[in-house]
Design a protein around this ligand. Structure first.
Ligand SMILES: Nc1ncnc2c1ncn2[C@@H]1O[C@H](COP(=O)(O)OP(=O)(O)O)[C@@H](O)[C@H]1O
Ligand SMILES: [Mg+2]
Length: 312
């Protein structure tokens, strides 16, 4: 890989939501602050909306990491596409609540309620974070509301943050869960990065990965990445990663617009991606030239390793 070539200690643009790379751009920082204030003021339900790849999972991890665990007991549910009973079981597991093997929903709710009361008595707040909330079935959302019914005069005994794509808002419009919708008192939205944020974002991630050299992504290159990714961080990562691979393939020290173009062509869901047919054609052309011994070098230089890029 290109790590050594560019003097990096680790890969700067992986697509896993690693909090050590967190970049506090405006909408992320605002959402994080809002969540921290809302949760301390005892709000029952909060939601964070963002398009695919805008950083919801990363924000969720960052938020959980920013809480004082002497004060908060937390449960993180990554995929709540679950029936009501299964979700309650998942929450019980996350909170380390012991329950008998054969338990019905009523008994489980009683156990959970007891846990919430005990936690309150110990001065702890219980917080549930549900990622991918746009996928929660309506009946399951309703059972979450029932769980959150328990409250003291001063505050809720359980607090819930829903992280989801914009479809979550449509789901919450369903009349059968209007009570839940009314309870969401705090909402924030994650926005794509602006051009200057993409610029800072790229250099921030490079710096975290240990890059100390001269500018690797010139302004016009950043501009191209911004235009084709629409400022969506996951797409920025994919394009930046593939551009570095293309530059490395040519032994270049700086990423050029052409490298980005190659990355874009290889990346579905960006503006400018090649069709499958065009990709196959490109692949075959590369293969043919690879088989001709004299043209091995141009093949390496043309960055054809990008053709097998992973899914977006
Ligand atoms: N504020 C940010 N700082 C650093 N990296 C970010 C930021 N927002 C998103 N990313 C990166 O973008 C990618 C997608 O983020 P993710 O949280 O998985 O998005 P979502 O859950 O909204 O689909 C991850 O690699 C993540 O690290
Ligand atoms: Mg996610």
């Amino acid at each position: 890989m290109y790590g050594t070539h560019f003097g990096l200690q680790e890969l700067p643009f992986t697509i896993t939501p690693d909090t050590s790379f967190f970049f506090a751009h405006s909408s992320h920082q605002e959402a994080l602050n809002t969540l921290l204030v809302a949760v301390r003021s005892g709000e029952g339900f909060m939601k964070v909306i963002g398009e695919v790849g805008t950083g919801k999972t990363l924000l969720c991890r960052k938020f959980l990491g920013a809480l004082d665990h002497r004060e908060f007991v937390t449960a993180y549910i990554p995929n709540p596409y679950l029936q009501p009973m299964t979700l309650l079981l998942a929450i019980a597991d996350e909170l380390d609540i012991q329950y008998p093997q054969h338990i019905n929903q009523h008994q489980l709710l009683k156990l959970l309620n007891r846990y919430l009361i005990d936690s309150y008595a110990e001065g702890k707040r219980v917080l549930l974070c549900l990622d991918e909330s746009q996928a929660i079935p309506i009946e399951t959302l309703e059972s979450l509301r029932l769980l959150s019914n328990l409250e003291t005069e001063r505050r809720k005994l359980v607090q819930v943050v829903l992280f989801g794509q914009p479809e979550l808002n449509e789901r919450l419009e369903n009349p059968s869960i209007r009570q839940l919708k009314q309870r969401i008192s705090f909402a924030c939205r994650l926005l794509p990065l602006s051009l200057s944020e993409v610029e800072f974002y790229i250099s921030h991630r490079l710096a975290v990965a240990g890059y100390r050299g001269a500018r690797l992504f010139p302004h016009r290159v950043v501009k191209r990445i911004y235009r084709t990714s629409n400022g969506i961080p996951r797409l920025v990562n994919i394009l930046a990663h593939k551009s570095l691979m293309a530059a490395f393939g040519e032994g270049a020290r700086v990423v050029s617009e052409r490298h980005v173009r190659m990355a874009v062509e290889d990346t579905e869901s960006t503006q400018g991606a090649l069709t499958v047919k065009a990709r196959i054609k490109r692949y075959l052309t590369a293969l043919v030239s690879a088989l001709a011994p004299i043209s091995v070098l141009p093949l390496i230089n043309s960055g054809t390793t990008l053709i097998t890029g992973g899914p977006v």
